[in-house]
Design a protein around this ligand. Structure first.
Ligand code: RTP
Ligand code: MG
Length: 150
């Protein structure tokens, strides 16, 4: 496989506000290959388990309600250094602190409705990707070798 992977979600607010296209443009322009993608509606139990690490935080219940408030777009993105480069592309969790040009600076409405999720480690990128996508739904770019077909 060429490069590494990260996992992203375009969150309900950004989907509702018709930001899917502009966000995917930013992702493509930054050199990520979209290896898998689908639009789905999370159940409460799926949203709770996805953000389980935050289960004791005061914002957890509000976050779950937000994540089930409409459809999301889930995707696996492939690139060298995918996890770190994607975190740079999306910017700070709080859009008021995100650099101009980052996805959250451009499309987030608040800390909670912050447009996109990005995996925080290679291990979580793998886990999150496997949770959302079966093998037949993934289309990784494969590194070319001198023996590859033209
Ligand atoms: P994500 O997991 O969605 O990529 O976001 P992140 O790493 O930048 O931030 P994280 O600390 O993992 O928080 C997960 C999501 O919880 C919501 N949040 N709300 N109200 C609050 O103070 C607060 N803090 C975090 C955000 O939607 C954040 O993306
Ligand atoms: Mg996080």
């Amino acid at each position: 496989m060429a490069g590494t992977i990260t996992f992203t979600i375009i969150k309900p607010g950004a989907v509702k506000n018709e930001h899917i296209g502009p966000i995917l443009d930013k992702i493509s322009d930054a050199g990520f290959h979209i290896a898998a993608m689908k639009m789905v509606q999370l159940s409460r139990s799926e949203a709770r388990s996805f953000y389980c690490i935050h289960k004791d935080k005061p914002f957890f219940e509000d976050l779950v309600e937000f994540m089930v408030s409409g459809p999301i777009v889930a995707a696996i993105l492939q690139k060298e250094n995918a996890v770190d480069d994607f975190r740079k592309l999306i910017g700070n969790t709080d859009p008021t602190k995100a650099e101009p040009g980052t996805i959250r600076h451009m499309f987030a409405k608040s800390v909670q409705a912050n447009a996109v999720h990005g995996s925080d480690s290679d291990e979580n990128a793998q886990k999150e990707s496997e949770y959302f996508f079966a093998g037949y739904e993934k289309f990784f770019e494969v590194k070319k070798t001198s023996c590859s077909e033209k």
